[in-house]
Design a protein around this ligand. Structure first.
Ligand SMILES: Nc1ncnc2c1ncn2[C@@H]1O[C@H](COP(=O)(O)OP(=O)(O)OP(=O)(O)O)[C@@H](O)[C@H]1O
Ligand SMILES: [Mg+2]
Length: 581
């Protein structure tokens, strides 16, 4: 159980973090505070004017004083209205600026993270976090200036009432902390509920996002009922939590109204007593009571805002979780650009596991020569894709090194590393764009000739010509308009068009029929002659003609050689391809 000091230091750290976060927006907050304050001047001066009207004009029947006071009132009213309009316009612009800034910071941070971090968060939850940008912007651009204005108004009201009648002010000052005590108690009670509500909202978004993206399998396996029930269960849980939160909202609302009215009632009784004793004029009494009513409204609104702050504090903390976390895979200090690939990729004593205690490699040492057509084979789960991930530095080895032409990948600029290598994987991962956009993704200048060349390498010329808009035909979400084999061909074209020094095909042609696959590989070999291509496959026909094959045998060792050589020297290799020979 956390101790009280740990709790308070946690609260302090959170507070410090929030202040640090708000500091770039301090100018905007200040401008909005000033305008908000100016626009409330009329309300602040109103009761004092009433007192002057009653004591110096009405009771004395003084018409010139009445006109003077009315002119002051009209000027104040116009000034407040204009300030209010300016406040609205500037608030709107500021909110847009803050939202843009926050969204930019959040997205930049998100994309800077490594794959392991991103995979550890569910997509739905991340989407929910991004949607919180709006709330955080409102918090900064609307709520903070409003709280500052209200607090300032409260102090001024206390100052004026003190000037008019210190006894009633003292009573108000003594009674006000009741609002604070109530607020602190409610914070303690409601914070865990708001935290649960946030998590439940995130779970709902996650569930919906996951189901919608896997509709095909839901339909095929008739999982609609199961998914619907699962969603409704989460929704009911969410509603239950919201009702729990709402109960506290009602308690908050009732107790605030009760307190405000009780304070007002007590002070008006005191005031009445002083009038009867002849110690207070009717004008002063009216003014003080109007100010007390305003103070009551301000205290109620501040305590509602306090509840809102507790609720949105949870959202803020979740937001900070992303922008405070440090990306682990970034350019090392003094990292250099990786030059054209000339010699070899070497993995030296590499140890790696995705999860603690589950090693994929304990001491992997292997080297791949440049300029060759290299094949990698081995049983499922032996770590072929993992090795590619490590070469691309999508993950970092826990021990040992991976070097390209003698430069450790950790010391290479990430941009240059991923420029030199392009990978096409088994899962094609296409975007809801046109065929052309999917192939040329991220490249600025691709000529028609280059596009046609890769389309002919993937043997898709005829197919694309028959489409309604040729290469500009949209392929829909998850490329649902295409067969798996064509999806793989587009993903392959996307890697080839980048003209990488090292092209990696990780089961990238597994869904393509063997005859077409042979033609594609043949065209690729001609196109990339003298360049490095690493092909990972379970299909013998795909890797049989490689210059060198690296076979991960069942004992975790790597055997190397051309196909015929391996057949002759390795019974494991022969056994692995027994059915395909
Ligand atoms: N993101 C991940 N998180 C946790 N474990 C993972 C992750 N990716 C892979 N693994 C595990 O790491 C091991 C190696 O996986 P890897 O994908 O490299 O195998 P592979 O040789 O490519 O297999 P296949 O031939 O089936 O593609 C497997 O045990 C797998 O379960
Ligand atoms: Mg794999």
């Amino acid at each position: 159980m956390p101790t009280r000091s740990a709790f308070s230091s946690g609260v302090f750290l959170k507070l410090r973090r929030r202040i640090r976060f708000f500091s770039p927006y301090k100018n905007s907050i200040f401008v909005l505070f000033v305008l908000g304050f100016l626009s409330s001047l009329f309300f602040l001066a109103g009761p004092y004017l009433s007192r002057l009207y009653i004591d110096t004009s009405f009771l004395k029947r003084d018409l010139p004083q009445f006109i003077r006071l009315s002119i002051v009132g009209i000027v104040l009213f116009l000034f407040s209205t204009l300030s209010g309009t300016a406040e609205d316009i500037i608030k709107n612009r500021t909110l847009i600026k803050i939202k843009l800034g926050l969204a930019h910071t959040f997205i930049r941070k998100l994309y800077a993270h490594d794959l392991a971090y991103l995979q550890s968060k569910s997509v739905g939850e991340t989407i929910y976090r991004i949607s919180n940008v709006e709330t955080v912007a409102r918090f900064i651009g609307e709520e903070i200036p409003r709280v500052l204005v209200d607090s300032c108004r409260l102090c001024i009201i206390l100052g004026i009432t003190l000037f008019m009648d210190f006894r009633l002010t003292i009573a108000l000052v003594f009674l006000s902390p009741l609002f604070l005590i109530r607020g602190l108690y409610l914070r303690k009670k409601t914070q865990p509920i708001f935290s649960e509500i946030w998590k439940s909202n995130a779970r709902l978004t996650k569930r919906l996002q996951e189901s919608l993206s896997k509709m095909q399998i839901i339909k095929a396996l008739r999982l609609e009922l199961f998914q619907r029930h699962a969603y409704i269960r989460l929704l009911i849980e969410n509603i239950r939590l919201t009702i729990k939160g709402f109960r506290w909202f009602i308690i908050n609302s009732l107790s605030t109204t009760f307190l405000a009215k009780a304070v007002y009632g007590l002070i008006s009784l005191f005031g009445g007593w002083f009038i009867i004793k002849g110690e207070l004029t009717l004008g002063r009494y009216t003014a003080v009571m109007l100010y007390v009513a305003q103070a009551g409204t301000l205290l109620s609104s501040l305590s509602h805002r306090f509840e809102y702050f507790v609720q949105q504090g949870v959202t803020l903390d979740k937001f900070f979780e992303v922008i405070d976390s440090r990306p682990r895979i970034v350019d090392a200090p003094g990292a250099v650009r990786l030059g054209p690939f000339k010699k070899e990729i070497v993995s030296c004593d590499v140890a790696f596991g995705y999860e603690p205690g589950k090693q994929v490699f304990s001491r992997l040492s292997v080297s791949f020569p440049a300029g060759k057509w290299v094949g990698i084979v081995g049983p499922s789960g032996c770590g072929k894709t993992t090795l590619v991930n490590l070469i691309l530095r999508l993950y970092e080895p826990q021990a040992g090194t991976i070097t390209i032409d003698g430069l450790e990948v950790r010391q290479a600029k990430l941009d240059s590393l991923r420029e030199r290598i392009a990978a096409a994987c088994q899962e094609p991962l296409l975007f809801d764009f046109s065929i052309r956009e999917n192939i040329c993704l991220g490249l600025m200048h691709v000529s028609e000739g280059e596009l046609e060349e890769v389309i002919s390498i993937i043997q898709a010329g005829e197919f694309i010509r028959q489409l309604p808009d040729g290469p500009d035909t949209a392929i829909g979400e998850n490329a649902h308009c295409l067969s798996q084999g064509y999806k793989q061909r587009l993903a392959l074209a996307r890697a080839v068009i980048r003209k990488p020094d090292i092209l990696i095909l990780d089961e990238a042609t597994s869904s393509i029929d063997s005859a077409t696959e042979t033609k594609i590989l043949q065209a690729l070999k001609t196109k990339r002659s003298g360049q490095t291509t690493i092909v990972i496959s379970h299909r013998l026909s795909t890797i049989k003609n490689a210059d060198a094959i690296y076979f991960f045998n069942p004992r975790g060792e790597i055997e190397t050689g051309p196909h015929e050589g391996l057949l002759a020297k390795s019974p494991d290799y022969k056994g692995f391809f027994q059915d395909q020979l």
